[in-house]
Design a protein around this ligand. Structure first.
Ligand code: ADP
Ligand code: MG
Length: 598
């Protein structure tokens, strides 16, 4: 065949393939046009997953009658004029190809009236050919109806999934814009049913509550200055939004939503920054929930990487990564990971209970020595003894501010299944996982030692113990010598693949050194790509796991009290270093509810 220029309909169809992959892509483009037109209300209505019909209605500027035919022409746009404009894009669209592309593969009806014109225009395009144009009445704004998508591209049509799946994709798209533009009222209707409607209040949390559910919204932690008016994008990344309480973890990254200058983006690195911010807050292999906005000078990012614009390229990706991680981490560390109940229900107490409880708590101090958990050396100061003038009843009168601590004073009641400690606090019942709790206690202790002395306290072995390891583990010993040393190990090369263990971390004293070292090395072998401080933290986590009291071990009352006391003194008492919860808290209110008292 000779070379020839393709007829415009064919070229359009090819271009359409890039922009319009499925009904959700149509919805995305139409919503973006509505937002670019300054709409305050956007109504999205679909039928049969958008395959039969998509209708997007807005109250934006509308299109002047004279420009309507241009709107559906390829590379016709009102948003940029010169190549320089591409350097700093401030609208969602700019390529001028969405309406043309959509029109080339569907039956498209555009009804619009410009704010300053008296009558509107109705334009019908079928498979890229304008069928007719007429003057009609229409409120200021635009309605676009797209029917019979891909009717003339059977190959594409075949790739469409069931209406349900396509509707699912559309749901995601509308949700993203609702979260990106909380000041816009979004209504989403599928097959005649209102799926959701945002209030358009301008408060991100209101949109989160509608899109993700009230329950989830109630467990979100604000990041940065959330409810500020939407700022001009600054030169340095500004990060704000909401992240889920660590208790809200999910099996995949799907609940991490990131917006750059209000554009939903897919960026593995940035979602990784959020995941990393949850380090030690979440169980391994679990992911947080997050709605994070990044504001950045548009000149510092290229959104013109792909026609769908979900991928962007930052000029300084590391700065953006660091800003996101720092902001999320700061929010998490600041906020108590387990929420105090908001309701004003108090644990009712019999007369004299408070005094009795206080004396029980104090009695607990004296038995510290009976402790047989491997935590003996210099137990930290007890939280009760820190306060020289204990108020008569402090935790009971101010349950949400347990003297600036994250955990109120707890009274140990007993042990369940040789695994959980049952305790009572000023507002309800606490079930504590003894292993997780002990891991947390040891972790903070070792981290503090490392910070204070540059290394974890070690226990010299009376006679060095030889150990032979396979080549993988030998490689680990060599590679991580410094981290091992800082964590309390002294391991010396003795021969090929043979080492002498001279010291182990003091918390592990009494344990079989060979097994300890082997287990720690195996743990390290799984921590690929981790270096520096993070690696040492992981190493310490491994040591704590090994050293902590196990589930299934019967504890004496004194041991339980000592453990709970030390947990109370922790900075982050609610999760173990792997991020699993150390405790369940059943509030007085929840108990009252369960017993039908409320
Ligand atoms: P782009 O958004 O990249 O400019 P489109 O093909 O999506 O390209 O739209 C072409 C033009 O049509 C836009 O530049 C805009 O001027 C006009 N337009 C499209 N949709 C709307 C709308 N909902 N309200 C007002 N104008 C619109
Ligand atoms: Mg557009």
């Amino acid at each position: 065949m000779p070379i020839r220029v393709l007829p415009p309909e064919v070229a359009d169809k090819i271009a359409a393939g890039e922009v319009v992959e499925r009904p959700a892509s149509v919805v995305k483009e139409l919503i973006e046009n509505a937002l670019d037109a300054g709409a305050r209300t956007v109504r999205v209505e679909i039928r049969e997953g958008g395959i039969r019909q998509i209708k997007v209605q807005d109250d934006g500027s509308g299109i002047p009658a004279a420009e309507v035919p241009l709107a559906v022409r390829r590379h016709a746009t009102s948003k940029i004029a010169t190549a320089e404009d591409l350097e700093a894009i401030r609208t969602l669209g700019f390529r001028g190809e969405a309406l043309a592309s959509i029109a080339s593969v569907s039956l498209l009806t555009l009804i619009t009236r410009h704010r300053e014109e008296a009558t509107g225009t109705r334009l019908v395009v079928e498979g890229g050919r304008v069928q007719h144009q007429e003057r009609v009445g229409h409120p200021a704004g635009t309605t676009v109806i797209v029917e019979h998508l891909f009717f003339n591209t059977p190959a594409r049509r075949k790739f469409l999934k069931t209406p349900r799946t396509e509707a699912g994709h559309i749901h995601r798209v509308v949700s993203h814009y609702a979260l990106a533009y909380p000041e816009v009222r979004f209504t989403y209707i599928s097959d005649g049913r209102v799926v959701f409607q945002t209030p358009g209040s301008g408060r991100l949390l209101d949109a989160v509550a509608v899109v993700m559910g009230k329950e989830m919204a109630a467990q979100m932690i604000p990041v940065g200055e959330v409810e500020m008016p939407w700022p001009e994008a600054p030169p340095n990344p500004r990060v704000w939004g909401y992240v889920g309480d660590p208790a809200l973890h999910r099996a995949n990254r799907q609940y991490i939503t990131i917006f750059l200058n209000r554009r939903w983006i897919q960026d593995y690195k940035l979602s990784q920054a959020i995941v990393q911010a949850y380090h030690t807050f979440l169980p391994v292999g679990r992911y947080p929930v997050a709605v994070i906005h990044v504001g950045l000078d548009p000149r510092l990012v290229d959104v013109n990487v792909h026609p769908t614009k979900a991928e962007v390229r930052f000029r300084d990706p590391r700065a953006v990564f660091a800003a996101v991680q720092k902001a999320v981490r700061a929010a998490l560390v600041q906020v108590h990971p387990v929420r105090e109940p908001r309701a004003e229900v108090h644990w009712s107490q019999p007369p004299g209970w408070a005094e009795r409880r206080q004396s029980l708590v104090e009695a607990g101090q004296g038995s510290q020595q009976e402790l047989t958990l491997p935590v003996e050396e210099e137990p930290g100061p007890l939280p009760v003894s820190r306060d020289p003038h204990p108020e008569t009843n402090p935790p009971l009168t101010s349950p949400s501010q347990p003297r600036g601590k994250l955990l109120p004073l707890l009274r140990v009641i007993g042990q369940v299944g040789a695994t959980y400690i049952v305790a009572e606090g000023p507002d309800g019942l606490y079930l504590i996982d003894q292993h997780a709790a002990h891991e947390r206690v040891l972790y903070e202790k070792l981290m503090a030692e490392r910070a204070r002395q540059g290394q974890v306290a070690r226990q010299q072995l009376l006679t060095p113990v030889p150990i032979t390891v396979d080549s993988e583990l030998a490689g680990i010993v060599a590679e991580h010598a410094a981290a091992l040393e800082a964590s309390g190990f002294e391991i010396e090369v003795f021969g090929k693949d043979t080492y002498l263990i001279r010291a182990i971390p003091a918390v592990l004293s009494g344990q079989d050194p060979t097994r300890v070292v082997e287990e720690v090395l195996r743990g390290l072998a799984e921590e690929k790509d981790v270096t520096g401080d993070t690696l040492e933290e992981r190493l310490i986590t491994l040591i704590c796991k090994r050293a902590a009291v196990k589930g299934g071990q019967v504890l004496s009352d004194a041991e339980m009290r000592a453990l709970v006391r030390e947990l109370e003194a922790c900075e982050t008492p609610h999760t173990c270093p792997h991020g699993r919860p150390t405790m369940l808290h059943i509030t007085a209110q929840e108990l009252a509810k369960l017993f039908g008292r409320l």
